[in-house]
Design a protein. Sequence first.
Length: 312
Amino acid sequence: TTGNKTSAIVFVILGFSHRPDVNIIIFILFLCIYIMTVLGNLIILLVINMDPVLHTPMYFFLRNLSFLEICYTSVTLPRVLVNLLSSDTSISFAGCAAQMYFFLFFGATECCLLAAMAYDRYRAICNPLHYMDIMNKKVCMQLAASSWICGNLVALGHTTFIFSLPFCGSNVINHFFCEIQPVLMLVCGDTYWNELQIILAAAFVILMPFLLIVVSYGLIISSILRIKSAKGRYKAFSTCFSHLIVVTLFYGTAVFIYIRPKSSYSLDVDKVLSLFYSVVTPILNPVIYSLRNREVKMALFKMRMKLFSPNS
């Protein structure tokens, strides 16, 4: 009976503001961000697919990352855009569970994929002569598939666990989507052990790939420091710089959001932080990789020449 009552709940997403004029401004801003995110990452995908020079392990993982970012943003932003123009911001129990599942799925997959990309950079810099043999197509496919499978398992476990708990009282989610902590605050009774399990699981999901990234970059830095020429050191480090920026942006906010107790949770602060890693980071990734990467810039130039050449 409790399960039937819980599954019949309709949640209300509070969002950002109740003022229509403010919501219209936010709508225009978010619509521009969403279009730019999708277009930016689609361009990266097209450039990598069209240019044979970019058919290497590093760009294979970047292609996965760009596709992930499109999916990741599409889980939250379209719904946010609809809610900003609508007086009805309700979402069904199943709809909320689905949104949380896909958000966690793509987020956890990105954690693992960033670790795979760090491993790729480690092999490229520390084992340059055997790099293409070690990071062959089969290995790349296995690393990418493992990232997606791990992301799915994490999301399925978290979502099933949270939405099997009883909900009562308020049905208002003080956020702009069905994020873990705001939803958990609506659960009946003492959620200490539930919260602890979620924090431990999140710590494992976030910190394990992060630990692999730290170890990889420790070995990379050690290898770079052994290069005698300053030009050689710069060239080696420049291949990792874009990835390092993305890792810092993604993990910086994710660790702060998920690995801490509910007592230190500030709804307004965390809403802004969630906005940063769920909306801002995906739009920055194609910019970071295209501006910092000479090969991507060359491929973009060649694609532009093909598209806009008078002979085409």
